[in-house]
Design a protein around this ligand. Structure first.
Ligand code: ADP
Ligand code: MG
Length: 752
């Protein structure tokens, strides 16, 4: 008796080498093999006539091999050719030449007189119709015809050590044995989601060997829905877990927030007010907040984050603000200091960079630089064993601090503090807001009293990391912020367990950004334009084509690029910025640019997130076609931050015409969501976000894009089950429990 959970070793007719090949694919049980779904199907019920001209779509043809030849060229390279003739050839029939380059095993498999099936695009080469590197199968005997031909035939993802035929035969035989044994595939879908009365067993059979295209489609739909449903049940269970956990409320009365808002040089936008309201409700509720804040670049997420943190601080808790990079952490720190210092909030900055680059620094070098611990007034709360603390008074006027929940005279900054005593001081709740990189989570630093964690630029921060935060006892409230607008289906999956707030309105004082795509040949005019803007006192970013900072950066090439630009922009001051410049220096370069000492910054994409210099209103991006649309949108978000009109010039080359066409999207729209959708259209979701980051099992059959509508139904079904029965206690919901537990195991072992 065969069972779906049986290991393949126990199926006696599968040869050992095949079992090993399958194991490499992660296929270990009968069920694994039967859910190794076909990549596509071929209609082999009738083969078309051989084409007489070329085609853009691949075709599946069957013919007899009438000639083979092997030619050598360029020394060791070989071309193997097999000429096929169609059955019932007539005077008009053209033979088809199939060619394989340097694939020695093919010539061993194909011989004159055989019948073979090929799949590929017919191309005209000279006068011959050719197919290069077609997929092929040799028809060995008529018995096999029932499995591989005269039907809609499944084609599996290519696999080393397993041919299509072997795989297909195994699946075929297994399906027959399963049917004979009436072994059960449990149907997971709730009734409401099932179309007609398809069972899982029937769907699995039909996805491999459908009797019609309609049957294939409905099987496909059933299986995709099952997969999405399982995923949404996992997500819904996470949500349900969070909602029954009791945390603390982390919300002060709001007086501190009021003072902050009054001190701002601008009014909040309606959207900012709305999301602050949503966050405030979450903070005040006893169960832990798990919220995603989406807002296009420049929409003003930082202010919202500060508002949330002040509410937590006022309630007597610490807040952590985490950024993905050192530059950003320091920039946030500066912004926060500017705004919050007058309110008497105690802030610390903590990043890992110093340790990475040069080991712990002595705490004190120079009292005037920000790189030291500075305590204003009175005792020195940061001192631990051996800590060195300056008690130098700063010249800040004493503001009215009565409403602040902390002693008014202790504005403490801590930078570079890497000695153990600073860990202790962070833990000791001396600081109310701690700004740092994501590394904050991995260090010995532990907040003594963390009430709210804000994570900026979420797409670089995976579920596993988030889980680390939320697993703390007592659980803090968590707010993740992303400037990458995410298409809705992705939000439903990857961030499915989060509540979502969206800032869908830009501050009104924003200068417009005009985006223009220009060919390289126009570089001369472009430079004239850039100089004109610099003469008006504006500042410029030039982004040069190094796509990824993790790509090995050729420092020399960067330097050469820089020299070229210095020449082009001579008489203006330029500086070079890239990821290999040590952090303190990077920081100084940014600082000089911010102050306006430098006119132009020649940079890689280190600039991508968060940098905020309102007077920088011009950006030139070289080889723009090499970047993704979403990334370009992020980049151009660095300009358009002040009242002046801004210009983003995307430079491309004629050779890259096709790739350049997509850039027109950016000329047309400034809306990040539209850009994200278009980007997704062009590149698929894989590029947008790694699936591993989602912490969800990889999809075997569903496609987040083409099956988006099914995700919606699956989500609705899962939510309503949990709404009615949050702990899955009712008897009819028992079968779902197993589903969630199983997935959980896979998920977290995959990620962490
Ligand atoms: P992002 O959402 O990209 O993180 P920021 O929070 O950095 O955007 O805000 C961008 C700039 O806009 C900052 O200089 C900030 O001070 C400013 N800003 C934020 N909110 C408003 C507003 N309501 N009106 C005017 N300027 C604002
Ligand atoms: Mg930001």
């Amino acid at each position: 008796m065969i069972d779906v959970s049986e290991r393949l070793e126990e199926v006696n007719w599968i040869p050992r080498p095949k079992i090993l090949a399958l194991r490499r694919l992660g296929i270990e049980t009968v069920e694994d093999l039967l859910t190794h779904f076909p990549r596509r199907h071929e209609d082999r019920s009738e083969f078309p006539r051989f084409p007489r001209e070329e085609r853009d779509v691949p075709v599946c043809l069957c013919g007899e091999v009438i000639k083979t030849s092997l030619r050598r060229f360029g020394g060791w390279k070989k071309i193997f050719e097999a000429t096929l003739q169609e059955s019932h050839a007539n005077a008009l029939s053209e033979p088809l030449v199939c060619r394989w380059f340097n694939l020695h095993y093919v010539q061993k498999m194909i011989a004159t007189g055989q019948r073979i099936v090929v799949f590929g695009k017919p191309r005209l080469r000279g006068k011959r119709i050719c197919m290069d590197h077609p997929e092929f199968e040799v028809i060995e005997n008529d018995e096999e015809i029932s499995i591989h031909f005269r039907r809609i035939t499944p084609i599996y993802p290519a696999t080393e050590g397993l041919s299509q035929r072997v795989l297909r035969s195994m699946v075929y035989q297994l399906l027959n044995e399963i049917a004979a044994a009436s072994a059960r595939f449990e149907t997971l879908l709730p009734r409401g989601l099932i179309n007609g009365n398809v069972t899982r067993a029937a769907a699995i059979r039909a996805i491999h060997f459908p009797e019609s295209w309609e049957q294939r489609d409905s099987a496909h739909q059933h299986l995709v829905l099952s997969e999405f449903f399982a995923m949404q049940m996992l997500i819904a269970s996470r949500r349900a877990d969070a909602s029954v956990r009791t945390g603390q409320t982390h919300c002060g009365p709001g007086a501190l927030l009021e003072r902050f808002l009054k001190s701002l040089p601008f009014e909040l936008t309606g959207a900012q007010r709305k999301v602050i309201g949503e966050i405030r409700r979450d903070l005040a509720a006893a169960h832990p907040m798990n919220r995603l804040l989406q807002g296009d670049v420049g929409s003003g997420k930082t202010v919202v984050a500060i508002a949330a943190m002040l509410l937590a601080v006022e309630a007597g808790y610490q807040a952590g603000f985490m950024a993905p990079t050192q530059i950003l952490a320091e920039q946030h720190y500066d912004v926060l200091r500017r705004w919050l210092e007058p309110l008497g909030v105690r802030l610390a900055l903590r990043t890992a960079a110093r340790r990475e680059e040069s080991g712990p620094l002595p705490l004190f070098t120079d009292v005037e630089k920000p790189c030291f611990v500075r305590v204003r007034g009175g005792s020195a709360p940061v001192s631990g064993a051996g800590a060195v603390v300056s008690t130098a008074r700063t010249s800040h006027p004493q503001g009215d601090h009565e409403e602040s929940s902390s002693p008014p005279d202790a504005t403490t900054y801590m930078r570079d503090a890497y000695a153990p005593q600073s860990d202790a001081s962070i833990a000791s709740a001396t600081y109310q807001i701690i700004v740092g990189t994501h590394a904050l989570l991995y260090e010995s630093v532990s907040f003594s009293n963390l009430g709210l964690a804000v994570i900026d630029e979420q797409h670089k921060f995976g579920v596993a990391q988030r889980a680390r935060l939320t697993a703390r006892e007592p659980p803090p409230d968590v707010l993740v912020m992303t400037a990458t607008p995410i298409p809705r289906t992705l939000t439903m999956t990857i961030y499915g367990d989060l509540d979502v707030s969206i800032i869908d309105e830009m501050p009104r004082n924003r200068g417009k950004i005009i985006t223009a795509v220009r060919d390289e040949s126009k570089l001369g005019e472009v430079i004239t334009f850039l100089r004109g803007q610099l003469e008006r006192g504006r500042q410029l970013y030039v982004i040069y084509p190094l796509i990824d900072e993790s790509e090995k950066l050729d420092v020399k090439a960067a330097a050469a690029e820089y020299e070229v630009w210095r020449e082009r922009l001579h008489s203006f001051r330029c500086e070079l910025l890239h990821g290999r410049i040590p952090a303190p220096e990077k920081q100084e370069i940014m600082e000089r640019f911010r102050r306006g000492d430098t006119n132009a910054l020649i940079s890689t994409t280190v600039l991508e997130v968060g940098v905020d210099v309102p007077n920088a209103t011009v950006m030139l991006i070289e080889n723009a076609e090499r970047f993704g649309l979403a990334q370009l949108h992020q980049l151009r978000g660095r300009i358009g931050r002040g009242e002046h009109k801004s210009f983003c010039i995307l430079l491309t080359s004629v050779q890259a015409k096709e790739a350049s066409e997509k850039l027109a999207v950016l000329e047309k729209t400034g809306n990040g969501f539209e850009v994200a959708e278009a980007d997704w259209e062009l590149r698929g979701p894989g590029d947008l976000l790694g699936t591993a980051q989602s912490g969800l099992p990889a999809l075997k059959i569903g496609n987040l894009k083409t099956d988006a509508h099914l995700m919606q139904s699956a989500r609705a079904a899962a939510m309503s089950i949990f709404q009615a029965d949050p702990r899955l206690e009712s008897s009819e919901n028992q079968r779902f429990r197993r589903l969630i537990v199983e997935q959980h195991g896979r998920t977290f072992s995959n990620v962490s």
